[in-house]
Design a protein around this ligand. Structure first.
Ligand code: FAD
Length: 493
């Protein structure tokens, strides 16, 4: 094969039947499953990071809810487990999809019969390449954040998703100005009612670490450092990323969070620029700070640094040039119901892909840990089915959206259209709330349960999951559905 820009013979050519790119949860799950299903074939896992993520202690909490631990491990552990799995530590520079060849940063040509792209996503920063603005993605960026925080008196957090929620709650000893464009906190995950329930947690002292909470856990091996040049390509941190690092600022306070609702970042000024701008003369009481943020509501805050937690952008770039991938609006590689991209023999899974199939009415894609695992696993099964010319149906896990996590020290379970996504006015809500204890919200559409938010130890997840999956007509139960005096589990058994 003649490949443009390469001196063919001087490059090492490697051939594998199956190649997976990315050592995060989706890539590792996909490569493991392929190696398991095809013990006589060689599977290559190409990754930019020195460590790979592996899933351990997978527990099925209910039909669709799953919980697992995640460990960052040296790749040798994978290779020992699957002798036919080879891990190659090098970033992919370019893909020649027609020729079925990948070119790595260190000059190898890797040929494949089937390829699965699992390169994850990176934080979307409000401003790129500003030393005062950082995103949190991987172990390195979390450490950078921790270092800055340890000397900080005030930080600004922009964004209203899961990472922002965790940050504002976990950080102590540093004032937090939390800038959100919505009317309520956490709107990616829940509504204004749930936000009201959670807000008081920001105003009280944080409890000492409570009982171990059932949720994904992740550990890192601090001994391993990334290769030079690959520092910006680490795997996404997962749940509990802050567990092993101290999130303390320079002050002796617990929480000190101030929320600026319904506004965005207008401009960011360095100290020097700000002192020379007309704003400085108008707002003389702002104090001296390394950086100043001007918000769209007209306010200006000085701070030590800014965390941008405003979502992610799929890492699809290295694969695009010269190929004709169909991209979704969010720049994810669009995949069909068999995880195939629009280029023959190229599949994608996890944060880098965008689900392009007609989804079940109760499922939506969210770039989360569990979906990365499910997609990686399913992509491997699809590849196998295609190679073996067998039929395969969309996995059951894509029937119902389900997510289990922890916010503000409460267990949080989200099911189906938990925020009435896409339902317009065609729905009603039932809510039960006991301050400080639990918040239960059910979304009903034409008498059937289509989603739920469960905060606290409600123990309702299995029953509600069943009610959502079987689409039973609940019209006759009305508000009784959430009556705390009725044991709903017995009721519907
Ligand atoms: P990643 O884990 O990002 O892995 C991508 C892999 O591709 C990496 O190994 C990388 O090195 C490699 N790579 C990238 N580019 C190249 C290239 N050109 N060549 C070769 N290799 C490449 N999800 C939850 O469900 N719950 C949470 O509480 C939660 N908290 C989070 C907190 C933080 C701070 C962050 C950043 C994310 C969080 N997420 C959470 C999201 C979750 O971590 C991701 O959805 C998940 O890790 C995606 O897995 P992935 O395998 O698709 O991608």
């Amino acid at each position: 094969v003649e490949l443009s820009g390469m001196a063919g013979s001087s490059l090492a050519e490697k051939h594998f039947r199956f190649v997976v790119v990315g050592g995060g949860i989706s890539g590792v799950t996909c490569a493991e499953q392929l190696a398991f299903q095809f013990p006589k074939e060689e599977v290559a896992l190409l990754t930019a990071a020195p460590l790979v993520k592996t899933v351990t202690n997978l527990r099925q909490v209910s039909k669709t809810l799953e919980d697992f631990d995640v460990e960052e491990q040296p790749s040798s552990i994978l290779e020992e487990k699957y002798p036919n799995l080879k891990v190659i530590h090098s970033a992919v520079r370019v893909l020649h999809a027609k020729q079925h060849v990948l070119q790595t940063e260190d000059g190898h040509n890797v040929h494949y019969e089937k390829l699965c792209v699992c390169t994850g996503a990176r934080p979307k920063l409000v401003i790129e390449e500003n030393p005062h603005v950082l995103g949190i993605r991987d172990t390195d960026s979390a450490q950078d954040f921790q270092k800055k925080l340890s000397k900080a008196r005030r930080m600004i957090v922009i964004g209203n998703g899961g990472i922002a929620l965790e940050l504002v709650y976990e950080v102590e000893g540093c004032e937090v100005i939390w800038v959100i464009k919505d009317k309520a906190i956490g709107n990616t995950f829940f509504d204004a009612g749930a936000a009201q329930f959670l807000i008081p947690s920001l105003e009280v002292e944080k409890p000492e670490k409570l009982l171990p909470c059932k949720r994904t856990h992740y550990t890192t091996d601090r001994a391993a450092k990334p290769k030079a040049g690959s520092a910006d390509l680490g795997s996404a941190l997962g749940p509990d990323w802050h567990q092993d690092i101290s999130l303390r600022g320079a002050e002796e306070v617990s929480h000190n969070v101030h929320v600026e609702y319904e506004c965005e970042m207008e401009a960011i000024h360095s100290q020097q620029d700000f002192m020379q701008s007309p704003l400085y003369t108008q707002k003389t009481d702002l104090g001296v700070w390394p950086v100043y943020a001007q918000l769209t509501n007209g306010k200006v805050y000085g701070c030590d640094f800014i965390v941008s937690a405003t979502g992610v952008v799929p890492n699809s770039e290295p694969f695009l040039q010269g190929n004709s991938f169909e991209l979704a609006e969010d720049r994810g590689l669009r995949v069909d119901e068999h995880m195939r991209t629009s280029e023959p023999d190229v599949y994608a899974a996890g944060d880098v892909c965008s689900a392009g199939w007609e989804p079940s009415p109760l499922w939506q894609q969210m770039r989360l840990w569990t979906q990365a695992r499910q997609m990686g696993f399913y992509a491997a099964r699809c590849i196998a089915a295609h190679v073996l010319e067998e039929a395969i149906e969309l996995d059951f896990c894509f029937e119902l959206f389900s997510h289990i996590t922890k916010f503000f020290n409460y267990k949080v379970v989200l099911l189906g259209k938990f925020n009435a996504q896409g339902l317009g006015s065609d729905h009603e809500l039932l809510v039960r709330c006991t301050k400080g204890l639990e918040y239960v919200k059910v979304v009903l559409s034409r008498g059937r349960m289509v989603g739920a938010v469960l905060i606290g130890d409600t123990d309702l997840e299995e029953t509600f999951e069943n009610l959502i999956l079987n689409q039973m007509d609940l019209s006759s139960y009305g508000e009784e559905l959430l009556n705390p005096d009725i044991d709903i589990e017995d009721y519907f058994d």
